[in-house]
Design a protein around this ligand. Structure first.
Ligand SMILES: [Zn+2]
Length: 315
């Protein structure tokens, strides 16, 4: 039982920025959209089959309501992981759930959230990233968003911009979380199934004191209080950050930056604890302070770049 639970925990794909992070990035991006782009995203969001769910607890003012729905949409790809209407097509023997109106299918697409470009401090061999990853999917989505609206039935339904827009909001956030860009491989870190050296799955396999694991520590680095007041406070605190590099709109460079930061900062947690279950890493006060600074800078950059790519495509 224990072993099964551990396997499940280790193989559950990484989430990435919690509610607060994704909503704050989307809120900051929304505030930077041109009026034309904003009108177009508002129209697309209203057509999404789950739009009604995004209005829960929304303010009554029309503009604030549209911004609220946009921010909720940015977190939607994580909410469907726990939604019984959807199924995890990456797991064996998972029957497909019935396709509901407005959706191309009910796949959870859990492999879209990260790329985990590998590195190894001890020369352990590692494979290239999987073919479908956050970078490949951001590229696919960017080419679909802003293209002339397809005639019904003329393109595969999974290329429908209405379906893809929440994914773009979400994935541009995810790719700006360094722990979604990198995995560390080590000889003494083995796959419980095969006993061979293995990935730490974007830090999900690194135990730390005071958090579920290293990945989760970074997911929560912008705070954990999921209330509109708190999230808007985070948006406010980000408004002067993320200026350097904001014009970089090549997603490959976003991944390169994230991988570099993960190796230099996120994995640089010192030697107080091995990062194993038996000996979790103890993060120093200096590391925790730096993580907050880095997370805010990445989130603000993600928001500015998200606004930039939407403004460029929705003119
Ligand atoms: Zn995600």
């Amino acid at each position: 039982m224990h072993r099964i639970l551990l396997l499940l925990l280790l193989t559950t794909p990484a989430l990435a920025w919690n509610h607060v992070g994704h909503k704050a990035i989307a809120g900051m991006a929304y505030d930077r959209l041109t009026s034309t782009a904003r009108a177009k995203v508002d129209a697309m969001i209203r057509q999404h089959p789950d739009y009604a769910n995004w209005l829960a607890n929304a303010p009554s003012d029309e503009k604030a309501r549209a911004r609220h729905a946009f921010m909720q949409a940015a977190y939607w790809p994580d909410t469907i992981r726990g939604d019984a209407r959807f199924y995890d097509e990456s797991r064996q023997n998972q029957p497909a759930t019935p396709t509901l109106a407005g959706f191309p299918d009910m796949k959870r697409r859990t492999n879209w959230h990260y790329i985990n470009v590998a590195f190894s401090p001890d020369g352990t061999p590692f494979p290239p990233p999987p073919e479908v990853n956050v970078l490949s999917q951001i590229r696919v989505i960017l080419s679909a968003i802003g293209a002339p609206p397809p005639a019904p039935g003329s393109v595969p339904a999974e290329q429908d911009p209405t379906y893809l827009l929440p994914w773009l909001l979400h994935l541009v956030g995810d790719v700006h979380n360094p722990m979604h860009c990198t995995s560390r491989w080590k000889r003494d870190q083995v796959d419980p199934k095969t006993g061979k050296p293995w990935s730490d799955l974007g830090g999900n396999g690194v135990s730390v004191v005071g958090a579920f694991n290293l990945h989760a520590f970074w997911d929560d680095a912008l705070g954990i209080t999921d209330t509109p007041a708190y999230v808007n406070g985070v948006v406010h605190s980000l408004r002067k950050k993320g200026k350097q590099g904001r014009k970089i709109v090549d997603p490959q460079l976003w991944v390169d930056e994230g991988s570099r930061i993960a190796q230099m900062v996120c994995y640089n947690y010192g030697t107080d604890g091995a990062g194993t279950k038996e000996s979790p890493a103890k993060l120093s006060e200096a590391y925790i302070m730096q993580s907050r600074t880095v997370a805010r800078e990445r989130a603000a950059l993600g928001a500015r770049r998200l606004a930039a790519v939407l403004n460029a495509r929705l003119q």
